[in-house]
Design a protein around this ligand. Structure first.
Ligand code: 13P
Length: 340
């Protein structure tokens, strides 16, 4: 039976589960691998993703994995398709379909995400290769006079064009307008920019007839910039984030799946758990679609060796379990030390 877009979206935000973002582009995975002194070869990229995807029991906490084009087509060392390894465990394979953030003309310091040309054809191919959902990331930078309305509106328009095309192809679009944590801005400024960005994005999604019950939103949390001297406490971040979304995200959207955006593993888990614990009756599921916050310790434990798959998987499963607990607000810092 074919699953509807709404069924897939609901599967992706099922209780205690969330999404692993393993869709780093080749230049981005190069940086991650370099951080543990591993060369960026096709085999090493394959080994690393194979290690993550063959973690036994990962499907208890992971509902979907976002892949990069190369990975969707790649085989494990034993010849099995990596995407099939996921679907056999009931984990939906997803695909990053944008072509990256490029300088936006007439808007110094700002970017627009490209990749719309030929997207319909690419989406059809990805669906045939087994992808059930897709991701497109827009990047909004906070600075003295930015983000401009030009940047926010241009990215919102592209996000909505992408989302409509995904739904036409039977893929659930993950709509990701990321307001970066880079900078010294405070939480209030992040709140204001996130509200503007989400309002514009949902205007465009409505205008371009995107079915809100067949998509997921992947936003940043409302949080102070990395270089801000006054970091808000966990409860303040949780409450500001939920308040921002209650004002901007329609109730028909099945779920909000956060990016980690440079938070540490424990920060990202703690914030998500606080939101779910303090605000149990929200119209949408609050879940995760973490990249770095699910992978950082697994990457370090694996460190480039197939002999260390087990160590990498233990670290990955631990983070997946912690974030699974955060889905219901049940995570506590004590669970880290106990190695639960
Ligand atoms: P981070 O959680 O590392 O921010 O990555 C999530 C992601 O997919 C960004 O596009």
């Amino acid at each position: 039976m074919t699953q509807s877009l709404n069924d897939i979206a609901l599967d992706l935000v099922a209780p205690q589960k969330g999404i692993l973002a393993a869709d780093e582009s080749t230049p981005t995975i190069a940086k991650r691998l370099a951080s543990v002194d591993v060369p960026n070869t096709e085999d090493q990229r394959r080994d690393y993703r194979e290690m993550l995807f063959t973690s036994e029991g990962g499907n208890e906490f992971i509902s979907g994995v976002i892949l990069f084009d190369e990975t969707l087509r790649q085989d494990a060392l034993d010849g099995r398709r990596l995407a099939h390894i996921l679907s056999e465990q009931g984990i939906h394979p997803g695909i990053k379909v944008d072509k990256g953030a490029k300088s936006l003309a007439a808007a110094p310091g700002e970017t627009v995400t490209e990749g719309l040309d030929g997207l319909r054809e690419r989406l059809n191919e990805y669906a045939e290769l087994g992808a059930r959902f897709a991701k497109w990331r827009a990047v909004i930078t906070i600075g003295d006079d930015i983000p401009s309305e030009t940047c926010i509106a241009t990215n919102a328009h592209a996000l909505a064009r992408y989302a409509a095309l995904c739904q036409e192809a039977g893929l659930v679009p993950i709509v990701e307008p990321e307001v970066l944590m880079d900078g010294a801005h405070d939480l209030a400024r992040c709140d204001e920019v996130t509200r503007r960005t989400l309002s514009r994005t949902f205007e465009q999604l409505a205008l371009q007839r995107v079915a809100l019950d067949g998509m997921l939103l992947k936003p940043n949390m409302v949080i102070a910039g990395k270089d801000c001297a006054e970091q808000a406490g966990v409860e303040a971040v949780a409450d500001a984030t939920v308040a921002c979304f209650l004002d901007t995200v329609p109730a028909e959207v099945p779920g909000i799946v956060f990016l980690s955006g440079g938070q540490t593993e424990e920060q990202a888990t703690t914030h998500l758990s606080a939101m779910n614990q303090r605000h149990p009756d929200l119209p949408w599921q609050l879940s995760f679609s973490y990249g770095r916050a699910l992978q950082a310790s697994a990457l370090a434990a694996w460190a480039g060796s197939r002999d260390r798959f087990a160590q990498g998987q233990t670290a990955f499963l631990h983070r997946a379990r912690m974030n699974g607990a955060a889905r219901s607000g049940a995570y506590t810092a004590g669970m880290e030390a106990a190695g639960v």
